[in-house]
Design a protein. Structure first.
Length: 39
């Protein structure tokens, strides 16, 4: 039972980290690179 809980927590944390990284990457791409290329 504990293994299941740990695995679930691990997967949840991993998914949240990936989502955060993807969000940050998207923001950087859109704001940073977009404005740099335009200017």
């Amino acid at each position: 039972a504990m293994q299941m809980l740990k695995a679930r927590l691990y997967l949840k944390e991993k998914a949240e980290q990936e989502a955060m990284l993807a969000g940050i990457r998207g923001e950087v791409k859109d704001n940073g690179w977009g404005s740099q290329i335009r200017s």
